[in-house]
Design a protein around this ligand. Structure first.
Ligand code: NAD
Ligand code: TYD
Length: 363
């Protein structure tokens, strides 16, 4: 790669995943003078077909590798002089973290440490203009009651192996800022939705089950609340923060868009019936209340006031329109859905849901 021909070289970790692939596409197209390097292990959640439209771009390169592999990470920093890292690679699904937390500890904690260590070592003395941007989640703050929202000052109180491992990674990133002066910025975002999300997460799972006329599993009574943000709005915030966020600072990102799970699932059913031309109410019949997730956080809500005040960000998409477009995308891209739900997904789905009992208390 001819470094001289690009203004910046940026490493995106986890760029073949859901949010990462939207971010890579956005940066490759918006900044033709940046070289975007996508480092991804291609776990079950990583899929290069998410990036078909940019794979031949001159300012894009894919590197397959594992951030847990310390010598590999160090070699990569040796070989490619990087101006910035945007770190998204993670094990990201709460249910999987409950069943097998090991990979969450390795990737989310050790992997983040390896990247921080390599950045510190390789950027030593030359940190001007460089940035390690860490992408995190609102789940590190724990769970809310019916009132209030998470601010950047909310105490950390993670309650699942996923959120605990992300919280650990956030602490490490801040430690590298305070102890070694590594230039860092962090953001903690609420639940994302949009195309290319692996159908183990609520919204694509519900759409996939409606498509296949399969039961829609709703945990507990469906009363848990999440704050949903369209993925492109998250990507726009990351772009803004990467370029204008203050060093050493954390920014909350969220949609200001709270939904009880059951209400969201009913909305998806209604929109899907319309799109598929099914009798109104037919998808709702698939809703099945099942045993609750252990340690299920009741409510997340984000106060994104700091980002709004400092940089003028707010979500650009109207929620119902973005949800409708998302449902249409999954239904039109059945080849993508079929490919990611074959093989390993079937095994996961059977293991995750066959043991859950029907819970009639939510009906
Ligand atoms: P995802 O699971 O869709 O993608 C994760 C990507 O990381 C995959 O491409 C996977 O192959 C890669 N990866 C996993 N382990 C790796 C390793 N050891 N080495 C290299 N690559 C590895 O996740 P996502 O939903 O796109 O989330 C991306 C980031 O955003 C995560 O850090 C997550 O914690 C954070 N986040 C997600 C949400 C959300 O709603 N999805 C909300 C807030 C924050
Ligand atoms: P999920 O998409 O896994 O995101 P997170 O747990 O990180 O918020 O789940 C969103 C909400 O939907 C959460 O309250 C759990 C619930 N849920 C179900 O009720 N049924 C399901 O099959 C899944 C995957 C999630």
């Amino acid at each position: 790669m001819k470094r001289g021909s690009f203004k910046k070289t940026i490493l995106i970790t986890g760029g073949a995943g859901f949010i990462g692939s939207h971010l890579v596409r956005h940066l490759v197209k918006r900044y033709p003078d940046y070289m975007i390097i996508n480092l991804d292990k291609l776990t079950y959640a990583g899929n290069l077909s998410n990036l078909k439209d940019v794979e031949h771009c001159a300012n894009y390169r894919f590197v397959r590798g594992d951030i847990v592999d310390q010598p590999f990470v160090s070699d990569l920093f040796d070989q490619i002089p990087l101006d910035g890292v945007i770190h998204l690679a993670a094990e990201s699904h709460v249910d999987r973290s409950i069943v097998s937390p090991d990979d969450f500890i390795r990737t989310n904690i050790t992997g983040t440490f390896n990247l921080l260590h390599a950045a510190k070592t390789h950027w030593h003395g030359t940190t001007g203009g460089k940035l390690f941007y860490h992408v995190s989640t609102d789940e590190v703050y724990g769970t809310l009651g019916p009132e209030g929202s998470f601010t950047e000052q909310s105490p950390y109180d993670p309650r699942s192996p996923y959120s605990a491992s992300k919280a650990s990674s956030d602490h490490l990133v801040r430690a590298y800022f305070h102890t070694y002066g590594l230039p860092v910025t962090l953001s903690n975002c609420s639940n994302n939705f949009g195309p290319f999300q692996f159908p183990e997460k609520l919204i694509p799972l519900v759409i996939n089950n409606i498509r296949n006329m399969k039961p829609i599993p709703v945990y507990g009574k469906g009363e848990n609340v999440r704050d949903w943000l369209y993925v492109e709005d998250h990507v726009a915030a990351i772009d803004l923060l990467f370029h204008q966020g203050r060093r050493g600072q954390t920014y909350n990102i969220g949609g200001g868009n709270e939904w009880r799970n059951i209400d969201l699932v009913r909305l998806i059913c209604r929109l899907s019936d319309g799109i598929l031309g099914r009798t109104p109410g037919s998808s709702e019949k698939l809703i099945t209340f099942v045993t609750d997730r252990p340690g299920h956080d009741l409510r997340y809500a984000i106060d994104a006031g700091k980002l709004r005040k400092e940089l003028g960000w707010s979500p650009a998409r109207e929620f119902e329109k973005a949800l409708d477009a998302t449902i249409r995308w999954y239904l039109e891209n059945d080849e993508w859905l079929n490919s990611v739900t074959s093989g390993e997904y079937q095994k996961y789905y059977t293991e995750q849901y066959s043991g859950l009992k029907k819970d009639s208390s939510g009906e």
